[in-house]
Every structure is written in C-alpha cells, then in structure tokens.
Ligand binder design. Structure first.
Ligand code: HEM
Length: 366
C-alpha cells in the first residue's frame, strides 16, 4: 500500500525530556541489577536481565530492497545490497522459564558490515541491531510506569519456579493487580496471558519509534516464506516439554530455513502516531508497514545444547547499537540505553566471556 500522507520530518522539540529522567533511570538500573544478581546466583552463570532464554540463534543474510522510493531509501536502507545477519529468538523474562509459560516472545536482529555515522556510545563498530517483540505496542507509556512493573518482577525474581508462580498468578489477575501495575488488562496479557503460539508464525514489532534518516519510523519483521506462514497461530504443545520452542523452531528451520520481510512504518501524523507513547499503535491505514529489506535464513541447526548457550553469551543486542540515522526516539527508548549496556557488561564480567559479535557470526553453523 503506498504512503498516503507526507512523512513527518523529525525535529528535536518532538521528543519530551522528563525532569526526573535520571532518577527513574537509576531506579531502573537498580531493579535490573537485582534481577541479574538473583539469577546469576541461582544459575551460577549470568543471563540477560530480560529475554534471558534463547530459542534459536542463527545466521543469514539481509538484502536491502533495490529501487526504494526516496522516503524509504534512508539510513541503512539508502543502498541496495546484502549484509550478513544474526537472528535470536527469545522469551521476555530474565529467568530461564519452562516454555509452557506463555509470555511475549522477542526477536533480535543484528545486521553486519553497516557503514555510516554511528550513534554516540554505540557499543559495536559496524553493526545495526533491531529489537522487537510479538506485539504491536509496549506495555508502559512512559519510564515510570515501566519501572513500577519492573520493580514488581525484580522483587519476585528468585528462582525460575517462583517467577512461574507469579506469572500464573498474573494470569488470573484481578482488578487489584491491575491497580498494582498501573496498566490495563492488555499488559497482564503480556505478562502471561498471551496465547502460546509458534514463534516462527509471529510478526515482531519494534513498538517504539526510531529516526529513519530525516523521518520517523517503527519497524516490523514479518514471516514471508510458505513454511513460516504455515505455522502462524499454531499452538505450541509445551506440556512436559520445557524447551518446546527450541524444538519446534528447529523442526522448521533445519529443513526449510525461512524468509522474513523487514518493514518500516513511516510516521505521517504526530497527533495520532506519537513518539512518546509506545502503548499507542500507529494506524496502519494511514501509515502502512512497507517492505525495505528481506531476511533469509538458510536451513541450519538452530540451537545446540552447550555451543549455542556459549555463543549466546558472546552476543549482545541493543536498541542503541547502530547508525545515527536510526537513533531510538522517545523516553522509553532513552532509558533503554543504560539498561542494555549494564546487562551485557554484567554478563561479560560474571561469565568471563567478552561480547564479540563478528566472532559469534563465524562460529554459527553455516
Ligand atoms: C520498547 C520495546 C522493547 C522491545 C521490543 C525490547 C526487545 C528486547 C529484545 C528482543 C531483547 C533480547 C535481545 C537479545 O536477544 O539479546 C531485549 C533485551 C533487553 N532489553 Fe529490551 N525491549 C524493549 C524495551 C526495553 C526497555 C524499556 C528496557 C529497559 C529500560 C529494556 C531492557 C532490556 C535489557 C536490559 C535487555 C538485555 C540486554 C543484554 O543483556 O544483552 N528493554 N529487549
């Protein structure tokens, strides 16, 4: 579907800086640290503060579409061509949970050999990361609301079993629980009430907006090949299969690989497509997701017990790793910067395992 209205040209006044931003950021860091300390004590090794459990870690190729119209041919997408790529599927919490617990699934894409001006403090030299989850919107409108939710999780993160109980509790949550987290029932669905469906059939969304050259965009990654579309909405049978997602993903990708479309949704109206409130989905009639690149993952092993766990630790993805042309926008995105860095540095130090993305790419099964 073609763009109906003119893309908004980003200007700095469009972002709102909170006066207590630093305070909230420090409280978030402390909540994340408490999760990291608890899980690393329980497991004997450190895992990500959120999205701890990986279900597949694979390599492939991202092809930037040729002949994009000028408003889409910006930043990474300015030049047609192919880039190496690493893709990681995950589940939201910071614990290594049984896959029977249905919480949001995540997807992280690292595009290699990217040139152009970097974001200040971007942790890597020439990669561009995209982090997404299988829902159009984020659960909190602004950092303080997110902090309330995170503090609740941090307080109850002890062992995997304990968190499972919490999530089960949340599933049957009542209005009083809604009051506690300060959000609507949609949020509780995110915390444990989502249908347990095959991760390969899902479309993943950046939820928050990013610069797109001169303009503003959200991103999505959408299944395109036949085998991926076949598993859309398919229920995962996870009873007595704690790693059901690794097994189900492997079943499809080992034999067929997969193809996804990377799409950009360009903001055309700030009033209905706000930068600052990621709980609001941008209207796809007014601003459709348009394909800007194609990701191809050839058939390969998707998770090998031991070696994939090790490679997983050598990798870190961050919304703030990439080009200045794709700077994360809005308050929720701003507080992510420190959190990602802290989590990956904690892992690297605790596990004595430096993060090294290119080496990880070379070690992934071809
Ligand atoms: C706004 C929507 C968000 C999306 C779509 C998202 C998505 C993701 C994904 C997919 C991962 C896993 C990366 C991997 O595979 O290594 C991740 C990790 C992480 N996220 Fe987010 N996230 C969001 C918001 C946030 C916010 C608001 C914070 C904190 C303020 C945060 C903090 C983290 C941290 C600390 C990690 C672990 C990083 C590491 O140890 O490497 N995320 N996120």
């Amino acid at each position: 579907m073609p763009q109906l209205n003119k893309p908004i040209v980003f200007q700095s006044y469009m972002e709102h800086l909170a006066t207590d931003g630093a305070e909230t950021e420090a409280a978030l860091a402390s909540a994340f640290r408490s999760i990291l300390e608890t899980t690393s004590r329980d497991y004997g090794f450190a895992v990500r503060a959120v999205h701890a459990k990986g279900h597949a870690l694979v390599r492939g190729e991202l092809e930037i579409a040729p002949d994009l119209p000028a408003y889409l041919a910006q930043g990474l997408f300015a030049h047609a061509g192919k880039h190496g790529a690493i893709l990681r599927f995950s589940t939201n919490p910071g614990d290594l949970l049984d896959d029977a617990i249905s919480v949001p699934r995540g997807l992280a894409l690292k595009v290699l050999d990217v040139s152009g001006e970097r974001l200040a403090d971007a942790p890597e030299m020439n990669t561009q990361d995209f982090l997404m989850a299988n829902g159009r919107t984020f659960g909190a409108a602004e950092p303080k609301a997110f902090l309330t939710m995170l503090q609740l999780l941090a307080r109850t993160t002890d062992r995997g079993e304990e968190l499972k109980k919490l999530l089960t509790l949340l599933l049957g949550a009542t209005q009083s629980m809604l009051h506690l987290v300060g959000q609507d029932s949609n949020l509780l669905a995110r915390l444990g009430g989502a249908p347990n469906v095959h991760p390969l059939g899902e479309t993943y969304f950046s939820q928050t907006p990013f610069l797109y050259g001169r303009n503003i965009a959200k991103f999505s990654l959408e299944p395109a090949s036949y085998e991926l579309r076949q598993v859309k909405g398919m229920k995962v049978h996870a009873h007595a299969r704690p790693d059901a997602l690794r097994e189900d993903i492997a079943e499809t990708l080992i034999e067929h690989g997969g193809v996804w479309h990377l799409n950009a949704q360009i903001c055309t109206d700030l009033a209905t497509m706000p930068i600052e409130d990621p709980t609001i989905a941008w209207d796809e009639e007014l601003a459709p997701f348009e394909r800007v690149a194609t990701l191809t993952i050839p058939p390969q092993l998707t998770w090998t017990h031991g070696s994939s766990d090790h490679l997983d630790q050598r990798l870190a993805f961050s919304a703030w790793n990439g080009l200045a042309d794709h700077r994360p926008l809005g308050a929720i995105n701003r507080v992510r910067k420190h959190a990602y860095r802290m989590s990956s540095e904690y892992r690297a130090a605790f596990n004595h395992c430096p993060v090294h993305e290119t080496a990880a790419f070379d070690l992934l099964p071809a």
